[in-house]
Write a protein that binds this ligand. Structure first.
Ligand code: SAH
Length: 420
């Protein structure tokens, strides 16, 4: 990732760059005999940087520069300090439970042409599918019986009435079919079906969905324009996030990390964006190239930066936890696609939600937003066993039969009630 604030000095770049001036001053203070031209030694710089990172972590609010400094940390001791602080904030504000949402990718038909996405309309190689309502309800029943408590319905983006009423009907059917003693309000339903009109969002909410995920993808209008065709606008997406809130949804958003041209400042602004729009849930993941997209030419550059991107993604989770505190943060499948233990790592950096696959196996291969999607050959039962085992191995408990709403949403509601 390009760090535009880094002066062009390879040695400093390798060590990180926080407070280079301040480190120089501390170096001379430590021994007044030192000349101005004499450079601090590597161990000295490392110690000072760790002191500075610890100082930032002791604050309760963070400036943009603080966030940039935390995201730029590379030294293992600094990263561990950040991870530890984020984990403490997680435990204090959300507890240690991991909430599970069964993920059903119910259709890959899409009217959009995002340059990064494998199921974009322009990719003629994709075999298109839409699950039947019965298949979706069957997957929902599995989630309820497996104790997942909530599910996510995700698809490509369509705005035609046929699609909208299909989603509405599916949500109503899931609610009807999953109410039980264990789940008196039925399964919690999160929708992730893209940009829609305010009226459609209200219809989805009235049908019984209560959470919605719509990633801003990047909070930089410049970057947003570079990864989407001109008919998809940053402003339209912002307006959708506002309408979702007006409709009563718990609103989730997020960004892609490691996009070509993205800087550490862009990522810091993403974290500030989450706070500014008062998001309830955050889902972020590394950018992974899909060869059948217009961004495939970045393949080699992206492969070379893979480790770097994964580490940035983990630090983004930690820093978002530090800044947004009581929100739900997902440890996304893209982390696992990039690194087999990526999802577990996300949980250790402050995430508290995981979305196990419940999409019927016969179509899983046709919903590839990026390459290397994991769990293509496991069935939903196997995914459950594997995931719960992995969560317990971290000393965390998978929640059972709970909706697992973010505490942030309750706080937001209480605040709104006081304002009225
Ligand atoms: N149509 C829905 C769901 C989109 S897919 C919507 O528009 O919200 C869910 C997310 O996958 C996207 O928001 C995007 O952030 C992510 N995604 C798509 N292609 C990706 C890629 N190549 N690498 C990483 N993430 C990707």
């Amino acid at each position: 990732m390009r760090q535009s604030a880094v002066p062009d000095n390879p040695r400093r770049r390798r060590l990180g760059w926080t407070g280079t001036e301040a480190i120089g001053r501390a170096w001379r203070r430590a021994d007044p005999e030192r000349s101005v031209g004499e450079r601090p030694t590597v161990p000295f710089i490392k110690r000072r940087r760790l002191v500075m990172i610890s100082h930032i972590l002791s604050k309760s609010t963070f400036s943009r520069q603080d966030i940039i400094d935390l995201l730029s940390a590379r030294d293992p001791a600094e990263v561990e300090a950040i991870r530890n602080a984020a984990y403490r904030v997680l435990v204090d504000n959300c507890g240690t439970k991991v909430y599970l949402r069964g993920l059903v990718e119910f259709s890959n038909r899409c009217a959009c042409n995002c340059y990064y996405c494998g199921i974009r309309k322009g990719n003629v190689e994709v075999k298109r599918y839409t699950l039947t309502k019965d298949e979706i309800v069957g997957a929902a029943r599995f989630c309820a019986e497996a104790g997942y408590g909530s599910m996510v319905l995700q698809s490509g983006e369509r705005r035609d009435e046929r699609f909208v009423s299909f989603v509405e009907d599916a949500v109503r059917a899931i609610k009807r079919e999953t109410i039980s003693n264990a789940l008196p309000r039925g399964l919690g339903i999160t929708l992730s079906v893209g940009e829609q009109t305010p009226d459609v969002y209200r219809r989805f909410f009235d049908a019984g969905a209560h959470r919605y995920l719509l990633r801003i993808e990047t909070s930089s209008p410049r970057l947003f324009t570079s990864i989407h065709p001109s008919r998809q606008s940053f402003e339209a997406r912002l307006a959708c996030l506002a309408s979702l809130k007006d409709a009563g949804f718990q609103v989730g958003t997020g960004v892609i990390i490691g996009l070509p041209g993205q800087t550490v400042e862009d990522l810091a602004d993403d974290v500030l964006f989450f706070r500014a729009i008062d998001a309830d849930m955050i889902g972020m993941g590394p950018y992974i190239v899909h060869k059948q997209t217009p961004m495939a030419s970045h393949d080699e550059a992206m492969a070379a930066r893979k480790k770097d991107t994964l580490e940035f993604a983990l630090r983004m989770i930690a820093v978002t936890r530090l800044v947004c505190r009581d929100v739900n943060i997902a440890s996304t499948t893209a982390l696992q696609a990039m690194e087999p233990l990526g999802r577990e790592m996300g949980l250790l950096y402050g995430a508290n939600v995981v979305m196990p696959q419940v999409t019927p196996q016969r179509v899983r291969r046709d919903y590839q937003l990026y390459e290397g999607k994991p769990c293509l050959d496991e069935n939903a039962q196997q995914c459950r066993a594997c995931l719960c085992g992995r969560i317990r191995s971290l000393g965390r408990e998978p929640a059972s039969g709970e909706w697992g709403d973010p505490r942030h949403f309750d706080a937001r509601q209480r605040h709104a009630a006081i304002q009225q």
